[in-house]
Design a protein around this ligand. Structure first.
Ligand SMILES: Nc1ncnc2c1ncn2[C@@H]1O[C@H](COP(=O)(O)OP(=O)(O)OP(=O)(O)O)[C@@H](O)[C@H]1O
Ligand SMILES: [Mg+2]
Length: 265
């Protein structure tokens, strides 16, 4: 087996020598990282170290930021997502994203889920769409909360429910990967635990990468953890990456240890 085949069997995304710039400013310096299939990978590190930038570069969401430029490779099924002939819209369908602040569309719960499939040219029947909506809401652990009010606005739900609706909406276009940028930071502890349980369920079918400021969350709910810091030029670098248990109990780098024990200045 060649190295490339081994990579793609085990890893959903292979990042090689990634640099990200905003104009002339280099925000990310030479990051290489393999994201394991059907696992949860947490990205941690202090504010400004580039976690969101790395995450957004995994599905070409950073293309939408004015002046942003990505160098290096992100391989997905052996295909470099930054190659010339790759359709960024299709990339974002296959690698979905959930944001920090729940952002349901100002539409009914049902239409929030149906929207993505419809704009992707859905050809099924009404009852097939009903099934899809139910399946996504069940997968997002929201069905029991909303099954009697599917025609009501998504904005009328609680914050935690809205975030689960956004996850259900992401699932509706059948992605392989779900990227989450601090999905729980606007939520209370109970809703947060619900999202973590949900992630652990979803990992059976999807690959998940999550940015979190919450160290307990990374320790509790991820399989792998990547720790980032800024270098002297304020560019984010990957300091340490490995199984979450190892990184939290036996960090290899002194800087990781300082950060996870709260000694970081
Ligand atoms: N749209 C942008 N234009 C210019 N610079 C940006 C932009 N977005 C981020 N940056 C810069 O890139 C660097 C990394 O930012 P990023 O948002 O990725 O960090 P982060 O680790 O997600 O921080 P936080 O924990 O505060 O969310 C920072 O120096 C930031 O100022
Ligand atoms: Mg961020």
């Amino acid at each position: 087996m060649t190295e490339k085949q081994t990579d793609t069997a085990q890893y959903t995304l292979v990042v090689r020598n990634m640099n990200v710039y905003y104009g002339a400013f280099r925000a990310i310096n030479n990051v290489s990282l393999n994201i394991e299939r059907n696992k949860i990978t947490a990205l941690i590190g202090p504010s400004g170290c580039g976690k969101s930038t790395v995450l957004r570069s995994l599905n070409r969401m950073n293309d939408l930021v004015n002046g942003a430029r990505v160098e290096g490779e992100v391989l997905f099924h052996e295909q470099n997502l930054y190659a010339n002939d790759v359709d960024a819209v299709e990339v974002r369908r296959r690698i979905g994203m959930v944001f920090q602040k729940p952002n349901p569309f100002p539409k009914s719960i049902y239409d929030n889920i149906a929207f993505g499939p419809r704009i992707n040219g859905w050809k099924g029947t009404k009852s097939e769409m009903d099934d899809l909506v139910e399946r996504c809401l069940r997968q997002a652990a929201l069905w029991d909360d909303v099954k009697d009010k599917l025609k009501e606005s998504g904005l009328a739900l609680s914050g935690g429910q809205q975030q689960r609706l956004c996850i259900a909406r992401a699932l509706a276009v059948e992605p392989e990967v779900i990227l989450m940028d601090e999905p729980c930071s606007a939520l209370d502890p109970i809703s947060t635990l619900k999202i973590e349980e949900l992630m652990m369920e979803l990992r059976q079918r999807y690959t998940i990468a999550i940015v979190t400021h919450n160290m307990q969350q990374a320790a509790r709910a991820s399989d792998y953890t990547a720790f980032f810091l800024m270098n002297d030029q304020r560019a984010g670098e990957l300091v340490e990456y490995g199984p979450t248990g190892d990184l939290f109990t036996n960090p290899k780098d002194k800087r990781t240890e300082d950060y996870i024990t709260g000694r970081f200045g």
